[in-house]
Design a protein around this ligand. Structure first.
Ligand SMILES: Cc1ncc(C[n+]2csc(CCOP(=O)(O)OP(=O)(O)O)c2C)c(N)n1
Length: 685
């Protein structure tokens, strides 16, 4: 067989595996894999430096399938290249990542060929995709990360990081706002290691793009400072190969390849939306289509002889030799730059460097105190010096979020300073979330910041951080009514409840400056969970830790901050964040009147729920049913801690525009209200 014949056979194998898998699952999208098989084939077998034997080799090219509904493309190539599995401890396992049996069981429970690409479930998947736009936006974070890594670690004759990032996308990805936000930033940063290939097939689920998407995409991307290439035939692999090589030579700007394609290519009758989306072809169509590919009509899940070998000769050989060369290079590097090499190794395993928590501040008791965001800024500036690969920024609110790193040498990340520490995301919260994910997938330790209210704008990406189990950090300030005059558009209400509802996400709302320090201590040690730090704008009293329990209790999610004599309370006040000091004041008043209360500081439900039953009962003794929670947010969910007899002080409406003190009075966040309520509950009015 000639090389060209083997190319075609391999492409048709990807196509027919996709057709058969979708048919067997009776769900999924066969059309896009059929049309994009030549692209994916060319990219993987001719261009990408990826070693199927070690899919987490640090200098591999990255591949992101942003149109995740075409996941069969990925399952096919991972299978045909014989990509090996890796476990959670980063150990390479002998077994394949995706077996033919997995593909037969496409979209079935337990299969390593699920409906959409899932990082952490299937080795070789670089990012979880499916919500359109996320993949391409995440790829921008990957490209920023690569430039940062190269800037810090590459040395003369040691090109330790020189990989590229490829993302495939469809109309949906380019319609979604997050894709535009990210593309704009990618152009601004001149990310010439980033290539998006746009499947310009003029079709989405509801029909032709004439219905909704008639803009000039090329002109848009040119205005973003991208290089734009056009290919009119998605089946011409030589053209595709050439365009990918042009990308690799292009400097100073990212590349968009606009690929003209026809969905469901090769299916004689069904180049329509149904064939593309959510519908298998049906048995007759499958036969016609296979005939058009000169394929045995009755064969299913057929991998013809020579196809696996062809991949082994292409990506297999190229990837293995690239990795071998890199491994040797890294060994030499290690002997010359031990410290830097150690950093790279630690980073790959998501470990922290020795001394990562040295010089963390301890804040003295102070009734005037410090804003949560101020304390956070001080801690971040220490941590960022201790942990070279901790970096991040804000969506244009750095000076408000206090996330700007201000120590000497903390540069901005810009085109000419890709190794800086301060990222400026611009007013692009959604892209920020996805970019933070991309940085984290590249093993940096990133944070992104904005006002808590605008977590809504980043939420889809935050949800994916949790789904991917990434230790991303989101610093969200102005967490309640503290910026009173901005009014209800800026006052979060339901945000705590809604973010607490995301599985696998650790949310902390610390109550004073020392709790902020301890919150960071907890967050930094997370390796496979994202964290959200919810911080006040306004100053909060720094509690006297000689009088009250030490702030290290934060590590348990909730702890007894102030207690009744002998640890025998009649009632419990539970508070978070800015309401903690109100609870303490109420407790002092109650104590002076001989009422035995306990204050529980509960910065994190999630962490508390991971403690033993014994510990949880020691903090919230089941026998003490008189409980009040206080939090400047929706009370939704607090029922679980106050029980049937408890009371909740929170928000039932949106806030209002007024100075903070007035708002606190209007909405009942004053210690006197707690005292009255507590006495009422105990029948001691
Ligand atoms: C955020 C989001 N909205 C909606 C969907 C549902 N969806 C899946 S595929 C698709 C159409 C995508 O069209 P296009 O990007 O052109 O892909 P193609 O038709 O080429 O496969 C939609 C709307 C989704 N996955 N994500």
């Amino acid at each position: 067989m000639t090389g060209a014949e083997l190319d075609q056979l391999s492409i048709n194998t990807i196509r027919t595996l996709s057709i058969d898998a979708v048919q067997a699952a009776n769900s999924g999208h066969p059309g896009t894999p059929m049309a994009l098989a030549p692209l994916v084939y060319t990219l993987w077998n001719r261009v990408m430096r990826f070693d199927p034997q070690d899919p987490i080799w640090p200098n591999r090219d990255r591949f992101v399938l942003s149109n995740g509904h075409a996941s069969m493309l990925l399952w096919s190539v991972l299978h045909l290249t014989g990509t090996r599995a890796v476990n959670a401890d980063y150990e390479r396992l002998g077994q394949p990542s995706v077996t033919l049996e997995d593909i037969r069981r496409f979209r079935q429970l337990g299969s390593k060929a699920p409906g959409h690409p899932e990082y952490h479930w299937v080795s070789g998947v670089e990012a979880t995709t499916g919500p359109l736009g996320q993949g391409i936006a995440t790829s921008v974070g990957m490209a920023i990360a690569k430039k940062w890594l190269a800037s810090r670690y590459n040395k003369p004759n040691f090109s330790i990081f020189d990989y590229d990032i490829y993302a495939i996308c469809g109309d949906g990805d380019l319609m979604e706002g997050v894709g535009s936000e990210a593309a704009s930033l990618a152009g601004h940063l001149g990310l010439d290691n980033l290539c998006w290939i746009y499947d310009n097939n003029h079709i989405t689920i509801e029909g032709s793009t004439q219905l909704t998407f008639t803009e000039d995409v090329a002109a848009r991307f040119l205005s973003y400072h991208w290089n734009v290439l056009r290919l009119d035939d998605a089946n011409d692999i030589e053209q595709i190969d050439h365009a990918l090589r042009v990308f690799r030579k292009t400097k100073d700007r990212p590349t968009l390849i606009i690929l003209g394609s026809h969905i469901g290519y090769g299916s004689p009758h069904r180049q329509d939306t149904a064939a593309a989306h959510g519908e298998p072809l049906g048995p007759d169509e499958v036969r016609f289509t296979k005939r058009a590919y000169s394929w045995p009509e009755d064969a299913q899940f057929l991998v013809p002889e020579g196809v696996r070998e062809h991949f082994a000769d292409g990506i297999g050989k190229r990837g293995a030799s690239a990795r071998r060369a890199w491994t040797n290079l890294f060994a030499d590097y290690r002997s010359q730059y031990l410290e830097l090499a150690t950093e790279i190794e630690q980073m790959q395993r998501r470990e922290l460097p020795v001394g990562w928590d040295r010089n963390l501040p301890v804040f003295p008791a102070d009734p005037k105190g410090l804003a949560g965001r101020e304390a956070s800024g001080k801690v971040l500036n220490v941590l960022a010096q201790n942990i070279p690969w901790l970096l991040g920024g804000s969506a244009d609110l750095g000076s408000s979020n206090k996330t700007l790193l201000t120590y000497p040498g903390a540069e901005d990340i810009q085109v000419n300073t890709p190794g800086g520490k301060n990222l400026h995301f611009g007013i692009r919260e959604h892209a920020m979330g996805a970019i933070v994910n991309g940085l984290s997938l590249s093993k940096l330790r990133p944070y992104g910041a904005t006002f808590f209210i605008f977590s809504d704008y980043a939420r889809p990406a935050i949800r994916l951080s949790a789904l991917m189990e990434l230790p991303a950090i989101f610093v969200l300030t102005h967490d309640a009514m503290g910026d009173g005059e901005d009014g209800p558009t800026h006052q979060p209400i339901e945000h705590l409840a809604s973010l607490r509802a995301i599985p696998g996400l650790t949310l902390l709302r610390p109550g004073d400056a020392n709790e902020v320090v301890e919150a960071y201590r907890v967050i930094m040690q997370l390796r496979h969970r994202p964290a959200i730090l919810v911080l006040s704008r306004q100053a909060l009293p720094t509690l006297d830790r000689n009088k009250y329990a030490p702030a290290c209790g934060v590590a348990c999610g909730a702890y007894v901050l102030a207690d009744a004599p002998g640890g025998k309370p009649e009632m419990i006040l539970i508070a978070t964040g800015s309401e903690l000091s109100l609870a303490v004041q109420a407790h002092e008043t109650l104590s002076s009147e001989g009422i035995h209360s306990r204050v529980v500081s509960m910065p994190s439900w999630d962490i508390f729920e991971h403690q033993t039953q014994e510990y949880r009962d020691s903090v919230l003794p089941p026998a003490v049913q008189a409980r009040i929670t206080i939090e400047q947010a929706s009370t939704f969910g607090w029922e679980r801690y106050v029980g049937n007899n408890g009371r909740m002080i929170g928000m039932q409406t949106f806030g209002a525009s007024a100075p903070l003190k007035e708002l606190q009075r209007k909405f009942g966040f004053e210690p006197e209200r707690l005292v009255t309520m507590a006495k009422g509950m105990l029948g001691k009015t």
